[in-house]
Design a protein around this ligand. Structure first.
Ligand code: MOS
Length: 695
């Protein structure tokens, strides 16, 4: 074996499954059709709180082709779940409008749909409360917030420091509920046989689905197999199993046939999670030279009555800027709403909208350039933990972005550049996202024909995971990518963490490198290749658990130029530039797509995305992409993402930080700051709709 192969990490390898995808050979969950297949159509509650007294199924059962109507009276029993959203059809209780209360199973999708629509449901309704308000009497302090972060943190005396500060910003920002809308809605094909349960599922993590479903159906995990070869986007909504996959498995068990269940786009607004709305108060105190003396960031969010889920909105504020006095808090209220879930940069995205908008307000209050203000408040170490940063290149990102964007010529006066009937402005904001890593396992095999096979239950949700793992494996094996086959997307492979938390590549890559190293070791010891080939395995549990104490985060700077139509109030993003420092970039082609994808989602958050609560019926009104607006190609004009070299030895064998989420962080603030620069109007409540700019 040679040891001099060209390093492939860092090169723009084409997606290894690209040909499969463009020729339609790549199969997604819904495209699997086992023999004897039946179709399931779920039924949603039409009250926001109360009980299902009874369901009249007679008419439905007379429809030709209908096999069963399953509801809580006849549903197979499940073991209790930590996440009550998974206890599908286990009780009469309705916790939110749109919750699954029944499922119709039939020979055809059409018959199942007709049966679902023909059910007559008798409810005992109760008054509901679905509105998040800062003064809600049910507001409470949770034990901890998502990702295990402490609920509150406090350093020094922020109140006294605010009192004493010569320059102060005190503003309340709000962000709406937002719904993930991946191109491929959630879908599952469930099949039971003598060996147990097989699921073709659209998920970000096959291993986690296996563990969860095995527990619900009281089986050993070995009796559950989850296959997710290709996934058409997730953004967090497929980060953990939710009601639909359980319903599919339950329906298949009840009818003793394979069942196909696709969540229609219309149902996604209730059953596949969403980003909580937030109300955030930010107070900044500073000296006249812009040095922060106090930072206070208090966030309010909602969750459901059946599961506590508290987004970590103010955690980025704990690490962003130096200030001797700081308080960050989270409060939550349980409402009669679906449980919020993960959505790209949960916490960081809304939290940094507030903090980075407030920093812009502070820059104006101090008369200091907003790039310079951030540079001036750069901390030496993690302000929360005191730990050194493994690497932190926010300042380099700001400086490089300012240079590329042409920031130096900027006149800070708001509302001063009218071109025709368009007001033009520019804005900047910082980005950050933690560099997490989770234990994973992998195997590497030298085949008798001299090729390599690497196996890991990773998932490629469209990011390029298969491709970058091929590059990482090729380098670790000192071979070329075309000699390596990476098998992912199947819980039968060595268990691995999910494609979430921007930690896929770091986590899986570590396991892949270790397995490949172990294989090379074996090969060098064994002399001749045995006819069966050679295989090695790795488990990174110990390595990940034992890593040195550093504060690990990616950073970035977002620059936006907007034009606001004076007559209509329409805001258009004319230019968007993101500069990121995220360790080593494994593949510039797929990385750029991740960055500009995140930035596009940030643009979408800034201008369009908004789920509206109908208080009377207690439900989100949006039902499709005509009512829930996401940025389209025409909304994205000049967008570019670049990165600066970052050599960080404290991360993982590849030297990478995650890049899946940082692109969305800070983008909305950069755009809102640019809108202020253009118009003099400060929008503190997203999205930046035209009516808000005309008032
Ligand atoms: Mo992402 S919201 O961590 O799947």
């Amino acid at each position: 074996m040679t040891t001099t192969a060209r390093p492939h990490v860092g090169t723009a390898l084409d997606r290894v499954e690209g040909m499969e995808k463009v020729t339609g050979r790549a199969r997604y969950a819904y495209e699997h059709s086992p023999d004897e297949l039946a179709y399931a159509v779920p039924v949603q509650a039409s009250i926001a709180r109360g009980e299902v007294r009874s369901i009249d199924v007679q008419a439905a059962l007379t429809i030709p082709g209908v096999i069963a109507i399953i509801w809580h009276r006849n549903a197979p029993r499940l073991a209790p779940a930590d996440n009550a959203e998974l206890s599908v059809l286990q009780s009469a209780r309705v916790a939110y409008r749109g919750q699954y209360i029944a499922v119709a199973v039939a020979e055809t999708l059409q018959a199942a749909g007709e049966a679902a629509r023909s059910l007559s449901v008798d409810y005992a309704g109760e008054p509901h409360d679905t509105e998040l308000r800062a003064d809600h009497p049910g507001m409470y302090r949770p034990e901890k917030v998502n990702a295990g972060y402490p609920t509150d943190s406090e350093h020094g005396d922020p109140d006294a420091a605010m009192e004493a500060a010569p320059i102060r910003v005190d503003a309340t920002y709000s962000t709406p509920a937002e719904h993930n809308n991946p191109m491929e809605p959630h879908a599952t094909v469930a099949r039971w046989d003598a060996d147990g349960l097989t699921l073709y599922d659209s998920t970000q993590g096959a291993s986690a689905v296996r563990a969860t479903l095995a527990a619900l159906f009281t089986m050993p995990p070995a009796n559950v197999r989850v296959i997710a070869s290709h996934v058409g986007g997730g953004f967090g909504s497929k980060g953990q199993p939710l009601a639909p996959v359980v319903l599919a498995a339950l329906a298949a068990k009840h009818v003793t046939r394979p069942v196909k269940l696709a969540v229609p786009r219309q149902q996604m607004f209730a059953v596949t999670g969403y980003r909580t709305p937030t109300i955030q108060r930010v107070r900044l105190g500073a000296d006249v030279d812009g040095r922060l003396t106090a930072i206070v960031h208090e966030a309010i969010a909602q969750c459901s009555t059946i599961r506590e889920f508290v987004e970590q909105t103010t955690t980025p504020t704990r690490i962003m800027y130096a200030a001797p006095n700081r308080r960050t808090t989270h409060r939550v209220v349980k409402l009669d709403v679906p449980t919020p879930s993960w959505m790209r940069a949960p916490g960081e995205a809304p939290g940094m909208f507030a903090l980075e908008s407030a920093m812009d307000e502070l820059a104006i209050a101090c008369g200091i350039d907003p790039v310079e203000l951030r540079v001036r408040n750069e901390p030496d170490a993690d302000p929360e933990s005191g730990e050194p940063f493994s690497s932190r290149n926010l300042v380099a990102c700001l400086r490089e972005g300012a240079r590329r964007f042409g920031w130096a010529d900027r006149d800070p006066t708001p509302g001063a550049r009218l071109v025709g009937r368009t007001l033009i402005g520019t804005g900047v904001a910082a980005s950050t996202y933690p560099a997490y890593r989770s234990p994973s396992q992998a195997s590497a095999r030298l085949e008798p024909d001299g090729r390599y096979t690497v196996r890991i239950a990773a998932t490629d949700i469209g990011t390029g995971a298969r491709t970058v793992l091929t590059q990482i494996a090729a380098d670790a094996l000192r071979t070329s990518p075309d000699r390596v086959t990476v098998e992912i997307g199947d819980s039968a492979l060595p268990p691995a963490t999910l494609a979430g938390g921007s930690m896929g590549t770091a986590s899986w890559g570590t396991a892949v490198v270790r397995a490949c190293e172990a294989l090379r070791e074996q090969v060098s010891r064994s002399g001749d290749l045995p006819s069966a080939g050679l295989e090695a395995a790795a488990d990174t549990k110990e390595e990940v658990g034992a890593q040195e104490r550093f504060s690990r985060h990616a950073f970035g700077a977002q620059f936006a130029e907007v034009g606001v139509d004076v007559d209509t109030g329409e805001a258009r993003v004319l230019r968007l530039l993101g500069v990121f420092a995220a360790g080593r970039i494994v593949n510039p082609k797929t990385a750029r797509s991740q960055f500009i994808g995140g930035m596009t989602m940030g643009l979408s958050t800034a201008l369009f995305e908004e789920s509206l609560m109908d208080r009377e019926f207690g439900d989100y009104l949006n039902r499709d992409l005509a009512q829930y607006h996401v940025a389209a190609c025409a909304d994205v004009r000049d967008i570019e993402a670049v990165w600066i070299e970052e050599d960080d030895p404290h991360l993982n064998p590849m030297g990478t930080k995650g890049i899946g989420e940082i692109g969305i962080v800070g983008t909305a603030a950069a755009i809102a700051n640019a809108v202020h620069h253009a118009t003099g109007i400060r929008i503190r409540d997203l999205p930046i709709r035209l009516d808000k700019l005309l008032r």
